[in-house]
Design a protein around this ligand. Structure first.
Ligand code: 5GP
Ligand code: MN
Length: 337
């Protein structure tokens, strides 16, 4: 995965022992935290001082991960984060392809003259970096951290903590091996992680069996009251207003996974989730097959991602955003079916 130039650059960072900051994306998911924590533990084992910086709050279902103690949240620890980035010799940026994905952390990154390495699996990376490792066909950034360790001849440092973080990254970003994982290498990697003594079933339970009662009630409400199936267009979407989120005591991470559930309906190939925020609408998009929601998100909703999983934003209000989406889907009906 790493070119010889990339290997040399990373070896140099490790040898100089200058402080490193690992940065991942806003609204962090299992891949963002799993890949970052794994890289941080790895660097720590090599005696490199390391901090992980995440733009906003980490959902509870990821806080048990090994290495979480190295994570700082920019929104609540601005001045600490600023100092860490200013003092870093290198910045590793994981699991994002665009400066919009790191919120205000971008201001600190732009002020720093640290060496920048971007490791990502999204389409069309547009972030300026000294070393760019972009492999959009891979299911997760976590897998790329495994390969980084392998390419640096350091799989000897793989332990059950790093393996647990990487397993969470790979498991969550492939929807439990439903998508983004139809190649042999990923299973060889997972096999090696399992060999390190991880508790695969306990990991699943920590991630997926940790919801609050409120979250389950919000899910039930969304399915029965808020899901719209666009007949004849193989599309279903869910929208949630701020008032509804408040009513169900919404906490960060509660709507994680909602966008995938309508796929259980026979024939559904495109799904969307619209969440009303203060000044915009956050959009999650998913597809099955060749219809690219990455293209839909980048063309119409200032976003992007992968062919089958993408996201974006809309400055229109919730109803207008939904109308716009319905028009796009109606116009795209030949590509979807
Ligand atoms: P999710 O729907 O789970 O938030 O995100 C799905 C995928 O789309 C992820 O790979 C994520 O990185 C990407 N994504 C989500 N929101 C945005 C966005 O606003 N801009 C861009 N460029 N990518 C996004
Ligand atoms: Mn990812």
């Amino acid at each position: 995965m790493l070119t010889s130039e990339a290997k040399e650059a990373i070896r140099k960072i490790i040898d100089t022992k200058e402080p490193v900051v690992v940065i991942s994306h806003i609204n962090p998911d299992g891949d963002a935290i799993g890949s970052s924590a794994a890289l941080a533990i790895f660097l720590q084992k090599l005696n490199v001082p390391v901090t992980v910086i995440i733009p906003n709050e980490v959902p509870d279902f990821l806080k048990w991960l090994p290495g979480y103690d190295m994570v700082l949240t920019y929104r609540s620890r601005k001045s600490d984060c600023r100092k860490k980035i200013a003092g870093a010799g290198a910045l590793f940026m994981l699991d994002f392809n665009d400066k919009d994905r790191v919120g205000d952390v971008i201001n600190e990154i732009q002020k720093s003259d640290a060496f920048r390495i971007l490791i990502d699996h999204h389409e069309r990376p547009e972030f300026e970096a000294d070393i760019l490792v972009s492999e959009p066909w891979r299911g997760s950034a976590g897998e790329m951290i495994y390969l980084l360790m392998k390419d640096l001849d350091h799989l000897d440092l793989m332990d059950s903590d790093i393996a647990t973080c990487l397993y969470v990254a790979i498991m969550t970003d492939t929807g439990n091996f439903r998508y983004g994982s139809s190649y042999e290498e990923i299973f060889n990697i997972v096999g090696n992680l399992v060999n390190k003594g991880i508790d695969k079933d306990q990991i699943y339970s920590n991630v997926y069996d940790s919801y609050s009662e409120d979250r389950m009630k919000l899910l039930g409400y969304c399915m029965s009251e808020k899901m719209v199936v666009m007949n004849g267009l193989s599309t279903a979407y869910i929208s949630i207003t701020q008032e509804e989120l408040d009513r169900f005591n919404h906490k960060v991470g509660d709507t994680e996974g909602f966008v995938n559930i309508p796929f259980s309906i026979k024939g559904i190939k495109v799904t969307a989730l619209f969440i009303e925020k203060k000044n915009h609408v956050k959009i999650s998009l998913r597809s099955k097959g060749s219809f690219s929601v990455d293209r839909l998100a980048s063309e119409y909703f200032s976003g992007g991602g992968h062919i089958n999983a993408a996201g974006g934003e809309s400055e229109l209000n919730l109803d207008e955003t939904i109308n716009k989406f319905e028009t796009i889907i109606t116009d795209s009906r030949h590509e979807i079916s």
